[in-house]
Design a protein around this ligand. Structure first.
Ligand SMILES: C[S@@+](CC[C@H](N)C(=O)[O-])C[C@H]1O[C@@H](n2cnc3c(N)ncnc32)[C@H](O)[C@@H]1O
Length: 265
C-alpha cells in the first residue's frame, strides 16, 4: 500500500517536472483544435452567466477558446503546475480577458464551493489525475444540472496515432490513458453517468522535421517516460519508419482521434 502511494507520488513529481520544463513553449509544441469547443458551445447552448472550471488548464490554450465561446462566463482555471498557471495568466491577460481566475491546485481537491459550477471541463489531462477523487470532487462541486466535460484520447486511440504506430514503445509506455469502459466504471463509482460521447477525428499534416522537433520537445509527456538511450534509439527507428512508409517527408499526413465525454449527475 505504502509502495503504491510512493509510486504514485514519484510519477506525479516526474510529470510535474516535465510540465515545468515545457510550460514556456507548450502552445508551440501542441496542435490546438477548436471543433470540440464548438461542440461544447452547442451542449451548453441554453445557459447564460455560467461558472466554468478548466481543470488541468495548462498554459491556457483551451481556456482562451472557452472565454471566446462563452461571453458571459466566469472561468476558474486550475492546474497543478505553477509555471503553467503563470503562463496562462499572462496569456489571457494579454488577450484582454478579465472574467477568469487562475491558481495552482489539484484535481483531487479543487477548493471550489459545493453546487457552484455549471460545468467542469478538462482537456488532455485526466490521465494525470487521481480519477476516482476527481470524479467524486466534481460530483460535489457541480450544480444538479451541471456537466463534466472530458476531452481526452483513449488508449486505443493513442495506439492508432502516428506515434503509436511508428514510434517504438509509445503505445505500451503510455499506461495512464483509459478505455471508455474504464471511464464509465469510474463515473458510476462516483454516482455520475456518461450522457453522451463524441469522437473527433483530425487529419494532420506535418514535416518529419517538425515531428522530430515535437518528440524532442516532449510535446506528449509520454516521451518523458523514456530513458535517454531508449528515446534516442526509438527516435532513430521512428525516422526510418517514416522514410519507409511516407514518400513525401515534407508532407506526412495521418489521422488523429480524440473523444469527448459529457458526464452528468
Ligand atoms: C497535457 S497537459 C494539458 C493542458 C491543457 N488542458 C491543454 O490541453 O493544453 C496536462 C496538464 O494537467 C496538469 N495536471 C497534472 N496533474 C494534475 C492534477 N492532479 N491536478 C491538476 N492539474 C494537473 C499538468 O500540470 C498539465 O498542465
Amino acid at each position: 500500500m505504502v509502495n503504491i502511494a510512493q509510486d504514485l507520488l514519484v510519477s506525479e513529481n516526474n510529470a510535474n517536472d516535465h510540465f515545468s520544463k515545457i510550460a514556456s513553449n507548450y502552445k508551440e509544441l501542441r496542435t490546438t483544435d477548436v471543433d470540440h469547443i464548438e461542440y461544447i458551445k452547442k451542449l451548453l447552448d441554453k445557459k447564460s452567466n455560467i461558472d466554468i472550471a478548466d481543470v488541468g488548464c495548462g498554459d491556457g490554450r483551451y481556456s482562451l477558446e472557452i472565454l471566446k465561446s462563452f461571453e458571459n462566463c466566469y472561468l476558474h482555471c486550475i492546474d497543478f503546475n505553477e509555471n503553467m498557471i503563470e503562463h496562462l495568466k499572462n496569456y489571457l491577460t494579454k488577450k484582454k480577458f478579465t472574467n477568469f481566475c487562475a491558481r495552482a491546485g489539484d484535481a483531487r481537491k479543487l477548493s471550489l464551493e459545493n453546487d457552484s459550477m455549471d460545468s467542469i471541463m478538462t482537456f488532455n489531462a485526466i490521465h494525470h489525475f487521481d480519477l476516482d477523487k476527481f470524479f467524486s470532487e466534481s460530483n460535489e462541486i457541480l450544480k444538479d444540472d451541471g456537466q463534466l466535460i472530458i476531452y481526452t484520447r483513449l488508449r486505443n486511440q493513442n495506439y492508432k496515432s502516428i506515434w503509436g504506430k511508428y514510434f517504438p514503445l509509445f503505445g505500451d509506455m503510455e499506461t495512464r490513458l483509459y478505455e471508455l469502459n474504464e471511464l464509465e466504471e469510474c463515473a458510476e463509482n462516483a454516482d455520475l453517468k456518461i450522457k453522451s460521447t463524441r469522437v473527433f477525428g483530425h487529419v494532420r499534416t506535418s514535416s518529419l522535421e517538425r515531428l522530430v522537433q515535437q518528440a524532442k520537445g516532449n510535446h506528449y509527456s509520454t516521451f518523458a517516460l523514456y530513458d535517454e538511450e531508449t528515446f534516442d534509439e526509438s527516435l532513430e527507428i521512428f525516422q526510418k519508419n517514416m522514410q519507409k512508409n511516407f514518400s513525401n517527408l515534407e508532407q506526412i499526413t495521418w489521422h488523429d482521434e480524440n473523444i469527448l465525454l459529457e458526464i452528468v449527475k
